[in-house]
Design a protein around this ligand. Structure first.
Ligand SMILES: [Zn+2]
Length: 508
């Protein structure tokens, strides 16, 4: 029996992952985080799927090193599970575990275009172009036939760094393999056309840099190494000297084994160059509070100042939920005469509708399974596949797909457990619900006194107590008298909470 369990990445962006169960051999593809906005997270920064014994893989393969594909790995107890990844991805995973203070997992490095046997599965890592080095689509052999997983991709035929999408190999797979299912990135399913490669950005960026009078600060993602090379080349053409701020961009360049070339200024050398000939490259492009871009804006980076006539260019799209942060950045800098421009020198790492069509035509699957997208993208992608005459399966997180006998179908939907990250601390998902209820209903602190006097509940099980108080408030909404509801909650707190500190009469 061959089944695929869809663990995440469906209906909402992030937390990508699926598990192929082929007669008991289990292969996980990707294990990412879903980042949560302040409004949705109630203090938690990310959500991830949890793995019960049924879902525990024998091996993990990774398509690429974005956090929404690898970020959950250190939190899933997979230390003893072998992993296979391309070189850049493997180095980033090792960095990720080191940052958590964990022993690095066993990672087998597979060259882009290479092949490996992973827990008995024959897996090929086919080169695809994306906004991070060494991205791969996966061709996976199962007893029910070949599955192709696109990873995140665009069909670019030019690249400053690494491989372009290997359409010849994908077409060969489509011709030879009788592909049972194509699991494929839907991010660009609402965007017309073919996504332009990063190489097309160099010339316009150079022209804009040459036409700008002040210092330019360009901010992009730390892992988008090809974009760093675009900026370096554009600076050379525009006669600007480049300076890189922060450690994360150099760490990515090092993991990709490339440099920005000669002539890059150290931070201390910046002031030796006229403002109009400087360009500063920095991460933190979503105005993350602790990111280097915001540190520059707060004058916390020595030697790097922003003055009248300087400009900040965000070389990325604004991720929904981050609009306020970027507006705050613009408001902070405007009084100094510094302007902030978004989506400058940017092209998506994800293919548009023409890229999606090209992949389906190349791979010629029996069924397309749109994944990696919001509901609107998934539905648009499914309709696009059907317009090409290929059946599409509309799926949800938790769906278990049956690959045996006949067309691919949803056999069942299984409940999935989730975990939350607050900083680097893992919590059960119900904590978020408790906090949501507290935020909506309010918080009430109850000081319970008994005889002998002054017994104060001091609960280490804070969340439990808070949840019960929310219960009290909910009861109030249902018409129970307020005093009765609080008294009842207090009784239940006292009964349920094992950590009761009894203080003597002198305590208060
Ligand atoms: Zn990606």
């Amino acid at each position: 029996m061959t089944r695929v369990v869809l663990l995440g990445g469906i209906g909402t962006f992030g937390m990508n992952g699926l598990l192929i169960d082929d007669g008991g051999r289990k292969l996980m593809v990707d294990a990412g985080l879903r980042f949560l906005s302040d409004a949705a997270g109630y203090g938690h920064r990310a959500l991830l799927f949890d793995l019960d014994d049924d879902l525990r893989p024998d091996a993990v393969v990774l398509t690429h090193a974005h956090e929404d594909h690898i970020g959950a790995l250190p939190h899933l107890g997979l230390d003893d599970v072998p992993m296979w990844a391309t070189p850049f991805t493997a180095r980033l995973i090792a960095q990720r575990f080191a940052r958590q203070g964990q022993r690095a997992p066993r990672i087998e490095v597979v060259p882009v275009g290479g092949r490996a046997t992973c827990a008995g599965f024959d897996v090929e890592f086919v080169a695809v172009n994306h906004s991070i080095p060494d991205s791969a689509a996966l061709r996976i052999e199962t007893t029910a036939g070949v599955i192709v997983h696109s990873g995140d991709f665009r069909c670019s035929d030019a690249a400053l760094l690494g491989a372009v999408t290997d359409m010849d190999r994908l077409r060969a797979i489509g011709t030879n393999d009788d592909v049972q299912a194509l699991f494929t990135d839907s991010t660009g399913a609402l965007t017309e056309g073919l996504t332009a490669p990063d190489t097309t950005l160099v010339e316009p960026l150079a022209e804009r840099l040459a036409a700008t009078e002040g210092q330019v600060v360009i901010s992009t993602y730390a892992r988008h190494v090809e974009r760093h090379l675009v900026v370096a080349e554009a600076c050379r053409r525009a006669g600007r000297r480049l300076c890189v701020v922060g450690r994360s961009i150099p760490a990515s360049l090092s993991a990709a084994e490339v440099t920005l070339g000669a002539g890059v200024l150290a931070r201390g050398e910046l002031t030796s160059v006229p403002r109009g000939q400087r360009c500063v490259l920095v991460s933190g492009c979503q105005a993350e509070p602790q990111g280097n871009l915001m540190r520059i804006a707060r004058d916390q980076v020595p030697h790097v100042t922003l003055d009248e006539g300087d400009e900040v260019w965000i070389s990325a799209r604004v991720i929904p939920g981050n609009e306020d942060a970027l507006r705050g950045l613009a408001d902070r800098l405007a009084p100094r005469g510094v302007r902030v421009h978004t989506a400058v020198c940017h092209t998506s790492g994800h293919g548009g509708r023409e890229d999606l069509r090209a992949l389906i035509r190349a791979v010629r699957p029996k069924t397309v399974v749109p994944i990696h997208g919001g509901t609107a993208q998934l539905l648009a992608h499914a309709a696009l596949a059907e317009d090409l005459g290929v059946p599409a399966l509309r799926v949800r997180e938790g769906d278990v797909l049956d690959l045996d006998d006949g067309p691919l179908r949803v056999a069942m939907t299984r409940p999935l457990r989730h975990l939350l990250l607050e900083g680097d601390v893992l919590r059960d998902d119900d904590v978020r619900d408790q906090r949501r209820r507290m935020a909506e209903a309010g918080v009430c602190v109850v000081d319970v006194r008994t005889t002998p006097p002054t017994v104060l509940l001091h609960a280490t099980h804070k969340n439990l107590v808070e949840a019960r108080l929310c219960d009290a408030l909910a009861h109030k909404d249902e018409g129970v008298a307020w005093a009765d509801a609080v008294a009842e909650a207090a009784q239940r707190m006292k009964a349920a909470c094992p950590a009761v500190v009894v203080r003597g009469p002198d305590a208060h």
